[in-house]
Design a binder for this molecule. Structure first.
Ligand code: ZN
Ligand code: ZN
Length: 408
């Protein structure tokens, strides 16, 4: 594997409001070996980064890899082969936007992780939940009002976001099966959703007993539960049950945000998903019912950022886009930057995200022993977060685990 010496690198990793003084970074064997003012060791290639900014590869904590189409109901009917082929393009697109690790919050299976590790196609590193768990009529039940055919219990289509389980024994079994199948964490649908047909936003997903049971199963396996949540009531009750990763949180109130801080939770806002659906949802087939739900969630989103920041609740980066809307993945940076300081926005996709996926020190940082996941920006994103958007146009170099996957 080729080694690289990066010279005159001004580092932006979200830990400071200004880029660092110029440093040198030695990359060897897929990892960062040394970071210092002056490195005497030589490398196969020296790259001068004068005038540019070096960042750790970005981390998106809420994606749906298998969602090449915006309709999950239709996606679940596609053959696995087609879902897989399309997902490789979705993943490649994410990597080319500078995301070197993504956390799939429903859909992708362990086979994808194997394929990525084998280097079969260009992709970010994957952290997966397997299928998201939903109650009957919940956010991963796409059967619709007049479809009462039983949900499949085994052999879920790859294109399905989630699976349905009801009652404590079923949710325990489902969680155990996902963990057995290679899930890194468990995702549950604990609130109504926009894309699903029969659950208004205010619906609470799962009983308290089911929530407690699934949290116990995750903890038994040394991991945590992430929950789809919008309303303050749903968020509060999820925290009470021990849920750690709070997805969306658009309607959170200050008391609940403080409670989340006390319990050590991390929130994953995904505001860009609602902005994209509001402007393009109809054209990708979202129903008027779904779009009305989107508007309720979207309009509260910006205030939620202020509430969570004031409470001191850490926020990881999330995008949650479906189908062709995935091209907006990086615009969450700009949306958050209209309310939050730029370095905090960047930290959401570096240090905070690394903590959430439990890879602190390995990703989201440029430090000895971290994976050499690096991006080079033509300009300073602390001055202009939009340098991280436009499909990686301003990224002159993208390196994943020591391999350059893009270079201008
Ligand atoms: Zn969700
Ligand atoms: Zn999602």
């Amino acid at each position: 594997m080729k080694s690289y010496l990066l010279k005159n690198a001004r580092l932006v990793d979200g830990s400071a409001a200004e880029p660092s003084e110029p440093i040198q970074v030695l990359v060897e064997g897929g990892k960062v070996r040394e970071v210092s003012k002056n490195i005497s060791a030589s490398a196969d290639e020296t790259i001068d980064l004068t005038g540019k900014v070096l960042m750790p590869g970005l981390i998106d904590c809420h994606v749906h890899t298998i969602a090449a189409g915006a309709s999950f109901a239709r996606n679940a009917e596609l053959p696995d082969s087609l879902v897989t082929a399309r997902a490789t393009l979705v993943l490649r697109g994410m990597l080319m936007r500078g995301f070197t690790t993504v956390r799939d919050a429903g859909g992708a299976d362990y086979g994808f992780k194997c394929a990525v590790d084998e280097g079969i196609f260009l992709s970010p590193r994957l952290v997966i939940s397997g299928k998201a768990l939903s109650q009957t009529g919940g956010h991963a039940d796409f059967r619709g009002r007049f479809n009462s055919r039983p949900e499949v219990q085994y052999g879920f289509p790859l294109g399905a976001l989630g699976r349905v389980c009801d009652g404590v024994p079923e949710i325990r079994r489902a969680a155990r099966e996902e963990i057995k199948g290679g899930a890194d964490f468990i995702k549950i649908m604990a609130n109504g959703g926009a894309a699903s047909p029969t659950d208004p936003i205010h619906f609470l997903g799962f009983s308290r007993e089911e929530l407690l049971a699934v949290v116990e199963e995750a903890k038994n396996a040394g991991t945590y539960v992430a929950a789809h949540l919008y309303t303050d009531e749903a968020i509060h009750r999820a925290i009470e049950a021990g849920v750690h990763s709070l997805e969306h949180c658009n309607l959170i109130r200050p008391d609940t945000a403080e409670y989340a801080v006390d319990q050590g939770c991390i929130a994953v806002p995904t505001l860009v998903a609602f902005e994209a659906l509001a402007s393009e949802g109809a054209s990708v087939g979202f129903s008027p019912d779904s779009l009305a739900k989107v508007e309720v969630i979207r309009s509260a989103g910006m205030e939620s950022l202020t509430i969570m920041r004031d409470a001191g609740l850490p926020m990881a980066y999330g995008s949650d886009l479906l189908g062709e809307l995935q091209r907006h993945q990086s615009e969450e940076f700009v949306i958050r930057g209209s309310v939050l300081p730029p370095h905090e926005v960047i930290a959401s996709a570096t240090s905070v995200a690394a903590k959430l996926v439990r890879m602190e020190g390995k990703i989201g940082t440029v430090a000895p022993d971290a994976f050499a996941d690096l991006i080079v920006i033509d300009g300073n994103p602390l001055d202009d977060l939009s340098l991280l958007t436009r499909q990686g146009q301003h990224m002159s170099l993208i390196m994943r685990e020591g391999v350059i996957v893009k270079r201008n």
